[in-house]
Write a protein of this length. Structure first.
Length: 563
């Protein structure tokens, strides 16, 4: 229960800190990106305005007389009608004279083209605007717009690819077109490009689809036989926004105020992330300063655009927010898991330290008590014949305590990687024979006859491998009953040490490799310190040998594998 609560606390704290960091970073990034997109909107409008204004200045210059006055405004408007720069999506344009009179502005009239006149075999195209509201009913306008904007998908030759609207007779009143009749022509696909788009098509007149305006020419206007209405799709535009922008570019007072700082893009926030940009450009991009310190230009071209910053950066923001959230969650999970793992290791280390301290204190307590008792007897001037016995007992227990401390220091050096590791040829069979000979007397006292089978030569430190096998042998002697069996087998890169008559509970098979962990608390004649298997484990890990212990029929096997 306590560990679960601590784990929960660790996860909550780490995720809380990371979430707060995530919000701060993402909010800062979002504000920065929005600010950059806002600046980008100003630069885009400024770049467009310079390009368009240069073209308009050229057209205006061609229509000026010797006094820099417009000779024919109607002619100017007709020239402006056919220019494609007025079709930039989302941008409204207006042209003013130097005294702030509106000359021309963008509108939703239909753009029409026709052959204005011919010279020999060369035809000159003229353009004009047709305002359908002046000549047709609302229902008819809707039908005509549907034909204009229809975009059927043609997949093979002969499929319907769209409609073409033809002017069957019309009059021209300055830049405005007055229709006589409008006919609808069905267009059918002929050829396709490599991407499957229609490259060529031919049409068929639909004689039953004809719209008549009913105009009577009372002004003696010029009449033309044939013309064409160009498709312009305004269906996607916000009419209310367009009207506001057109009112803005047509506002004289707004222009008078803005020309005080020519060349500056004025930006105002419309709502949440929508900004409206306004920029007046002088004729030929230059202004003159008058005597009253006001800016003057023969003509002004005004541009206005409304930009939704969210539409421009939504994809980037969503991607960054989501990807960074996933990254932060993954980092949080990894960090929290690693922190909890570190906590568990620290707890395990603390528990191990306490257990080791307790075990060491327990192991030292017994010899200290014996030494204390013997020393007290010596101080009481007991019989002279027992002094040697007490002194021998004190020496024995001092030696035992010294052995415990030396083994603890040895284990510490091995675990801290300060022990010099050598690689030399070591015969495991010879080492085992030495160990068997060393404990021959103890084995005989317990009526145990060790058996050695096989041999192998490995690259290792002779003294360290001797220590491993010695610890295995001592552990086996402690665990084997009188008359039992100890068998050492070396074959197929595997060293096995078997002793009979003992059993290690499965849950303790891993614990016995830790200091002071024993499957059986009782001790044998060897008076082990409880550190032998821990030292063996550390040595084997230094050489990256796999090792383990397992129960077998009527005994236990300790083993390690070498390469």
């Amino acid at each position: 229960m306590k560990r679960n609560k601590i784990k929960q606390t660790i996860y909550i704290r780490i995720f809380g800190a990371l979430f707060a960091t995530y919000l701060v970073l993402m909010t800062g990034f979002s504000l920065f990106l929005i600010a950059q997109e806002k600046k980008e909107g100003s630069w885009e409008l400024r770049t467009l305005a310079l390009q368009v204004n240069n073209t308009i200045s050229g057209i205006l210059q061609d229509n000026l007389d010797s006094n820099n006055q417009l000779a024919d405004i109607a002619k100017l408007k007709k020239q402006l009608v056919g220019k494609s720069f007025f079709t930039y999506l989302g941008t409204e344009v207006a042209i003013f004279s130097g005294d702030y009179n509106l000359i021309f502005n963008t509108n939703d009239n239909w753009l029409c083209s026709y052959t204005e006149y011919s010279e020999g075999s060369k035809n000159y195209t003229g353009y004009g605007y047709l305002n359908p509201k002046d000549w047709f009913k609302e229902k008819e306008i809707t039908e005509l717009e549907n034909y204009l904007n229809a975009n059927p998908k043609a997949e093979k030759a002969g499929d319907l690819s769209g409609y073409s609207l033809h002017l069957e007779g019309f009059w021209v009143d300055n830049e405005m077109i007055i229709p006589d009749k409008i006919s609808v022509v069905s267009m059918y696909a002929d050829t396709f490009d490599e991407e499957g788009s229609v490259r060529g098509s031919s049409g068929t007149h639909l004689n039953d689809i004809v719209y008549t305006a009913g105009y009577e020419n009372t002004k003696n206007l010029p009449y033309f036989e044939h013309g064409h209405i160009q498709p312009v799709n305004y269906g996607f535009r916000d009419k209310e926004k367009v009207i506001k922008l057109r009112n803005l570019v047509s506002d004289q007072e707004k222009l008078k105020e803005a020309v005080k700082q020519p060349g500056n893009v004025l930006c105002e926030r419309v709502n949440w992330l929508t900004y409206r940009y306004y920029l007046p450009q002088p004729y030929q991009n230059t202004v003159k300063v008058t005597d009253d310190q006001n800016n003057y230009s023969e003509f002004w071209t005004v541009f206005a655009r409304e930009v939704n910053i969210w539409d421009k950066c939504a994809g980037t923001l969503i991607f960054v927010w989501v990807s960074c959230w996933i990254t932060f969650v993954m980092a949080g999970l990894i960090l929290a898991a690693q922190t909890y793992k570190t906590y568990q290791k620290r707890e395990e280390l603390e528990r191990f330290r306490k257990e080791t301290t307790n075990a060491l204190a327990h192991d030292l307590k017994t010899p200290l008590s014996i030494i204390s008792g013997y020393a007290q007897n010596l101080m009481e001037n007991v019989q002279t014949e027992k002094r040697e016995h007490y002194a021998a007992g004190i020496q024995t227990n001092v030696n035992r305590m010294d052995k415990i401390i030396r083994e603890m220091l040895e284990l510490s050096r091995l675990e801290c990687d300060v022990w010099p590791i050598k690689f030399e040829e070591v015969s495991l069979g010879e080492v085992c024979a030495e160990i068997i000979e060393r404990y021959k007397q103890v084995s005989a006292e317990k009526s145990i006859l060790p058996h050695l089978e096989g041999d192998a030569v490995i690259k290792a430190d002779h003294s360290l491998m001797a220590r491993v096998i010695d610890n295995f042998f001592v552990n086996a002697l402690d665990s084997t009953p009188d008359g039992g069996t100890i068998r050492i087998s070396i074959a197929d890169n595997r060293f096995e040490f078997y002793n009979s008559g003992s059993y290690i509970p499965e849950e303790k098979l891993r614990e016995i490799w830790l200091p002071y962990r024993k499957a059986d608390a009782s001790r044998g004649n060897t008076k082990g310190t409880g550190l032998g298997l821990a030292i063996s484990r550390t040595i084997l890990e230094l050489y990256h040998f796999s090792y383990g212990a397992q129960n077998s029929d009527q005994g236990v096997i300790f083993w390690f594998e070498f390469v």
